[in-house]
Design a protein around this ligand. Structure first.
Ligand code: TRP
Length: 329
């Protein structure tokens, strides 16, 4: 049995780029045979930025509901909330004691905060809390506590998985073989989804379409997607079109071929936008119903997360006991 694990930071609404690039491939992995999959809401990781209790609650529910609605099956995978597993923070402390301080200075998240401060000519440590600084150690604990073999992540998280691996090697060298060395897996083949303005869809560019947008605003947003000034008759390159990139992720092979041909022989962008809306809505409408139902009955989400925590803690407790034995506690 191979163990895969990934953390989901609850920071605001997920968008179509998250769906195509992260959620869909991660759920597909959990559906393979011979795989034990763990997914968790990384609320302690979010805490270094989200410090409004109401928002923390809302984001946590929204993220859990999003993944469940899109097909994460709690009967097949273990879904839990990080803060429900005290063994994670316990292991995090142990790992922090064997990790050189200088090692954390390399972390991208910390370095980019420092770079921003330098550029703004303010104190290098401005706005940097210890949670952000030690982020990679907590993430190592998340991963190592469950004997994780593979961590499906986006490119920006590769470094963190490599650090978890280094920390595990460190521990094993000092105290003997205990922690499994994890590897990362970046889903290849999924192209980066462009956003409304044609740049990568990203919250920081403010060009996103939320996954569970209501149909009317979904259509409105799709109509806003930037196109060039070609007339319907002009031949167009489908590979150079934000609309086509979106269409391709939600349509069937047949539909993709057909629209691709029409791009070359002539089609108006207004019509393409309607087609994009139809295929996106067709896929997401059933999931949206489940999502809204869950958010109206958050006790259902609590129950799923609590059941997941019971399962997760069985694994966590036995690994933590082993670690503590090894360090003489
Ligand atoms: N750092 C990840 C992110 O920002 C979230 C995360 C926390 C995570 N712990 C993890 C991902 C463990 C994979 C494994 O997206």
């Amino acid at each position: 049995m191979k163990t895969i694990l990934t953390g989901i930071k609850p920071t605001g609404r997920a968008h179509l780029g998250n769906y195509v690039g992260a959620i869909k491939p991660a759920i597909a992995l959990s559906e393979q045979e011979g795989v034990k999959s763990l997914y968790f809401i990384a609320d302690y990781h979010a805490l270094n930025a989200v410090q409004d209790p109401k928002l923390m609650k809302t984001y946590t529910y929204e993220m859990a509901a999003t993944w469940i609605a899109l097909g994460l099956d709690p009967d097949r995978s273990i879904l839990y909330r990080q803060s429900d597993i005290p063994e994670i923070t316990e292991l995090s402390h142990i790992l922090s004691c064997i990790t050189p301080k200088s090692f954390m200075n390399k972390s991208h998240a910390y370095k980019s905060a420092v770079d921003k401060n330098l550029a703004a000519k303010v104190d290098v440590n401005a706005g940097v809390n210890m949670g952000l600084y030690a982020y990679p150690i907590l993430m190592a604990a998340d991963i190592l506590l469950f004997g994780t073999d593979t961590v499906p992540v986006g490119r920006d998280q590769i470094q963190h998985v490599e650090m978890a691996r280094d920390i595990a090697e460190n521990f094993n060298r000092k105290f003997g073989e205990t922690l499994t060395l994890p590897t990362y897996q970046v889903s290849e083949g999924t192209l980066v989804l462009p956003g409304l303005d044609g740049r990568k869809m990203s919250k920081s560019y403010n060009n996103t379409i939320a996954i569970f947008e209501e149909p009317t605003s979904l259509l409105k947003l799709i109509k806003k997607i930037k196109t060039d000034s070609k007339t319907p008759e002009d031949p167009k390159d489908p590979n150079d079109s934000t609309l086509f990139a979106l269409f391709r992720e939600f349509a069937s092979e047949e539909e993709i071929k057909e629209l691709g041909k029409r791009f070359q022989t002539g089609v108006g962008y207004g019509e393409v936008k309607q087609s994009v809306f139809q295929v996106v809505e067709r896929r997401l409408q059933p999931a949206r119903e489940i999502y809204l139902e869950l958010l109206h009955n958050t006790e259902k989400i609590d129950k799923i997360l609590q059941d997941g925590a019971i399962e997760a803690r069985k694994i966590a407790a036995s690994k933590l006991a082993e670690v503590k034995r090894k360090i003489g506690m």
